[in-house]
Design a protein around this ligand. Structure first.
Ligand SMILES: [Fe+2]
Length: 201
């Protein structure tokens, strides 16, 4: 059984469709729940890439892009304070606040091997793929003097084939996530390089 299995696959209430936190509200929650700056940066990066992907690759309208952005920003919000109940706590908080079920399902499906929730729609599949790769690309940028500037896809791919680099990143999960997303690995890495570099290093 998955280590943090949520034990259910339905989240939120359909009558709350369209009910979203503003970015100010979401950032306030993040600042309160996540004192660790690096962890906050990770969520801001995933959020930026999710929003950019929705707009540039999925032709999303503003409301849909906002959903992608929110899910990215809050997906690990409970990780620092509730590591043993990671994902369950933020999901229940968003349910309590009557947030759109798609956003909650997306957060619940960002780690199918841990939470036991299968990614279903495009937003679900992309958060799974972007989450793992975003941190890996960031690690690859941090070891370079010029960080993201000049960072090439092929050097990220080379690091992926080096098990000792960012060893905690599970390569099999990356392959699984990218396969489910149906996006070439090279394309996704390039997109992440291009869209998360400005969020902060
Ligand atoms: Fe994450």
């Amino acid at each position: 059984m998955a280590t943090h299995a949520l034990g259910r696959s339905v989240f939120g209430d359909p009558k709350n469709t369209g009910n979203l936190l503003t970015m100010d509200e979401a950032n306030a929650l993040l600042n309160e729940w996540v004192p660790n700056e690096r962890l906050r940066l990770h969520m801001q990066q995933v959020s930026a890439v999710m929003k950019a992907w929705a707009i540039k690759k999925e032709n999303a309208d503003a409301t849909t892009a906002h959903k992608w952005e929110l899910a990215g920003l809050l997906h690990d919000a409970d990780w620092e304070k509730y590591p043993d109940d990671h994902c369950r706590v933020i999901i229940e908080e968003l349910e309590r606040r009557n947030i759109d079920p798609e956003v909650i399902h997306c957060i619940a499906s960002h780690g199918p091997n841990y939470f036991g929730v299968e990614p279903e729609n495009r937003m679900d599949k992309m958060i799974y793929a972007i989450d793992e790769l975003s941190g890996f690309v960031h690690a690859a940028a941090l070891i370079r003097p010029t960080r993201y500037e000049g960072l090439e896809v092929k050097s990220v791919l080379k690091r992926l084939k080096t098990p000792s680099f960012a060893a905690q990143v599970n390569r099999e999960e990356i392959s699984d996530a990218v396969a489910r997303a149906g996006v070439p690995l090279e394309e996704l890495i390039q997109f992440i390089i291009d869209n998360q570099s400005e969020v902060g290093v």
